[in-house]
Structure formats: C-alpha cells, structure tokens
Ligand binder design. Structure first.
Ligand code: BTN
Length: 271
C-alpha cells in the first residue's frame, strides 16, 4: 500500500465518506479508468476508488492523452453505481467538475480564481490544473439506465516545472499555492478526501433531480460566461449552461443560440 493510500483510507474513515471505499492503490497502471471499468465488470461496489502514482496510458477527453510525472498528480477513478437516465450523464459530469473545483480552491486557498471551464476542466487564473474523463455504461432497459459511471480525475498537484509548451496553459496546485504566499506543500490525501466528499454531496442529487440545486454554484464559477468562444467552427458568446448541461453559445452576428453537447471550446477575446 502506498503512503498516500494509507492517508486517504484514514481520512475516508475519519470523515465517514461514502466514496473512497474500497480503495485500490497502485504504483503504476495503464489508466485508472481502465482499472475502474474492469472493477465494475467484476462487481465492485458504488464508491470503489482506484488511485495510482503513475499511468502509462492516461487518457483525456476527446481522445487526448493525459500524462504526469510519477507522484506529481492525483490520478484517481471513482466508480458510481447510480442508475439514472443516460441523458443525465452530462449534468453529472458538470457536478464532478464542481466537486473538483471546490477541492482545488480549498487547496490553493484562493476561492475566487478557481473556475470550471465547460464541461469540467478546472482552471486557476486561466490555466488548467485538473481534468475529468467520465465514462459510463448503459444497461439496455427498457427503460435504459446507467449501470455504472466511472469518474476519472487528474489533478496536477506537485509539479513545479512544466514543459515550455504548457507554461501558458497549465499549472499545478503547488504553483498556485506559492503564488498566493503559501509555503507548505499541498496534501494530496486531503485534496482527494475533499473531492470524494464533494462528489458524494452532489452527484446523486444531480443524477436524479438535474442541475437545479447546483445551478447557482455552477454559474458563479463558470469560466466561460460572457467570453467569446469558438466550438466546432461556431463563434459566439458563451451564455451559460442549460438544464441538460449543454453550453449555450450566442452568435454575435445573428443572435442564433447554439446548444453544444460535446466538444472542445476555445476561448477568444473578452466580450
Ligand atoms: C482531460 O482533461 O481531458 C481529462 C483528463 C482525465 C485524466 C484522468 S487521470 C485519472 C483517470 N485515468 C485516465 O486515464 N484518465 C483520468
């Protein structure tokens, strides 16, 4: 068992968290999401969590890779067994972004500068600190329901040096803590316990009732609101998120509102 895992187990027990148990700790794996999917197939329960110090084939959204130095990041996948309508998964994915945002904001001690970029990237002062890859499995039904959802989370925690090409777009909790005068190293176990507590607080609520209860928090932390963005060649002003979890983009020329279900959002100039 890794030292990190031992601390996480302790916090899960102390804080009586419903997620994070059982905890599977790995020095290295291809991808914690793959481990979690395999675990789901083998009957692992709601809340089971896979944690790795490094991944050899970490995956990101939109077919991208996710890489980090050994021990630098929190690499974790949480198995949710919430039988909700498949159409609720995008909303669930936004709730996961909020949970990670809240944990990062606490770790950085700078609530105002930590935001969620739709659908669920977490940015600090405009640079990405965490990403989430949600993978769900749907039972045939009728009615069709999610049989499980794997929430894969990567948070850059300790990295201080970043490759040149990432300097302008990525950051880490350690760098951001220093930027606001923090002197101690961030605690990955605390951050993970906060993520698990946040997920537990919101995911069932959103899975069964939709975004209503988290909408205000989501809007207050929306990195894109009022910004000029481009998605799949469509340019406009990001104008919030609808009840289905879709990003609303309003064309400045025609006023047309595009509801974006999935895709990469590129930031343009401020309105
Ligand atoms: C993204 O920003 O595109 C999402 C990145 C998600 C990375 C995490 S790391 C833990 C889990 N295992 C993976 O292979 N991916 C997710």
């Amino acid at each position: 068992m890794t030292e990190l895992a031992a601390r996480v187990r302790e916090l899960v027990r102390e804080r009586a968290l419903r997620l994070g148990d059982p905890l599977v700790a790995l020095e290295e794996c291809a991808s914690t999401n793959d481990e979690a999917k395999e675990g789901a197939r083998a009957g692992a329960p709601h809340g089971a969590t896979w944690l790795a110090e490094s991944q050899t084939r970490g995956r990101g959204r939109q077919g991208r890779t996710w890489s980090s130095g050994p021990g630098d990041a929190l690499l974790v996948s949480v198995l949710l067994r919430i039988p909700c309508e498949p159409s609720r998964v995008p909303q669930l994915s936004l709730a996961c972004g909020l949970a990670v945002r809240d944990a990062v904001a606490k770790a950085v001690s700078d609530d105002a500068s930590v935001v969620v970029k739709w659908p669920n990237d977490v940015l600090v002062r405009g640079r990405k600190v965490a990403g989430i890859l949600i993978e769900s499995s749907i039972s045939a039904g009728p009615p069709a329901r999610t049989s499980h959802v794997v929430v894969g989370i990567g948070i850059n925690v300790h990295a201080r040096e970043l490759p040149d090409e990432l300097q302008a777009i990525a950051t880490s909790v350690a760098r951001e803590r220093s930027a606001v005068g923090g002197t101690s190293a961030p605690d990955r176990a605390e951050i993970l316990a906060d993520v698990l507590a946040g997920l537990d607080r919101d995911v069932e609520l959103v899975a069964f009732r939709g975004l209503t209860k988290v909408r205000a928090r989501l809007s207050a932390r929306d990195a894109l609101a009022g910004r000029t963005v481009e998605v799949d060649g469509f340019r406009g002003v990001a104008s919030g998120i609808d009840d289905e979890g879709r990003l609303l983009v309003r064309s400045a020329e025609t006023g047309e509102i595009r509801r974006v279900v999935a895709g990469d959002v590129h930031l343009g100039l401020r309105k």
